[in-house]
Design a protein around this ligand. Sequence first.
Ligand SMILES: Cc1ncc(COP(=O)(O)O)c(C=O)c1O
Length: 491
Amino acid sequence: MEWKPDKSLQVPIYIQISDYFEARIRNGEYPSGSSLPSERVLAAQLGVNRSTIVSAYDQLNSLGIVNRIKGFGTVVSPTPTGEGHMKRVPDWEEYVKGGFLRLNDPITRQIHKIVGSDKPYINFAIGELSADLFPVTLLQEAHNRLEISQYLGYEHIQGNYKLRESIANHLRTHRNIVSSASSVLVTSGAQQALQLIIQCLLKPGDAVAIEDPSYCYSLPIFHSAGLRTYRLPVEQEGIDPEQVESLYKQHRVKMVFVNPIYHNPTGTTLSYERRKRLLDISTKYGIAIVEDDPYSLTSYDQRSESTLKSLDQDGSVLYVSSLSKMISSGLRIGWIAGPQSVITRLTDAKQQLDFGHANIPQWIAAQLLASAELDNHLTKLKIGLRHKLELTMRTLRAELGDEVRFHEPAGGIHLWCELAREWDVQRLFNHAIQAGVVFTPGSTLGSQARYVRLTYSKVDDSSIVEGIRKFAAAYRESKQDRKVQLLTPHD
Ligand SMILES: Cc1ncc(COP(=O)(O)O)c(C=O)c1O
């Protein structure tokens, strides 16, 4: 719980707690019949004695707002407004089961709850940069130059013109992609770009191919849209384009979603030959390709990998990227570059969704992308990421030897680890959480259940060794559990 009573106030703590819950009950956050948190749990969350919670709940009870039911807990009364007549409150529990967008899978929800809590977990689960990798000085300088009065109105729905120009220039200079301000749509991260493509260009029943494992797999948006998804296993050289052809012949796949360079989660790169072949197959059958490319500028050596879009002579590729993995995820700046008709259609949808992206982050992003210092930042970023990767791999090898196997990625932010044998990853996950470290189980990213993803980019250098040691200790504990389980005779 984010709210905490303020000990510096004159108002007794139990009254603050009672007032807090009264307000939440009256505004409908706790409808009639719902339970307040147990006394023990709430006392721990707020860091107060249980007796303080008892007094707060007794106070609400005396106001007729809740009923204290022995053995059941504290339940919001049918007439919490105390007006003496029954009211019919909408059944929010039923409402939340409906809706178009499906829920995230339970582990993903658990991860977001954990990393959003105020407990200091060592976070190998979330794909973003650590504070020391953000270009803070550049961002601060841009922010200082901002003339706020000019950026308080709505912006062009397609995105701030200067930003779109900077994106088009950046695509030309850094990714060898030809585009223009009019063929770019600014989105709220690459995530919204994917969502817009799915919602506007596909219809229920359409078949699409996604990589397995894949970041896409963690997104329920494909299933919410009623699409049939077919998986393309990711090998060391990326997906096999021949499988796209056979999926087309069998299921008429309309679109292929790929993250070809420093893939999330495997860190692999689709080989040049396979990139070319994928484009050939796409143009042979008219299959659209969505290239999701947040990582290509994080190469750890001097190599620069050609994006599919840069090789695309025929306009088959919709190119998606964002600033999240190279400048800041909090700006929420992403984009799509593609054919004019697609950009116009998606812009129309963006107007319906959010009336265009927030103005100030767009202005800051335009400054950063146009800055002469950007290349220096990218060089530092790659050195910083490589250092984190090496620390992670070295500590994993020292702690777990060949119990855990991985390929060293040549860029990106994720290490995809294969556990020695069939493993109860949920058990490992629970042990890790108890030890104060969180990672992403492979099952949330695809069908390979005995893998785990360790995302090293967000963890401070000083915490990586400690985090991996905790992870290794959790691994050993879950191994011990397994032995006990195997030795215990079954009924
Ligand atoms: C491959 C890939 N695509 C898209 C995203 C979404 O990122 P954002 O919306 O922050 O740009 C991520 C985030 O981790 C990712 O790994």
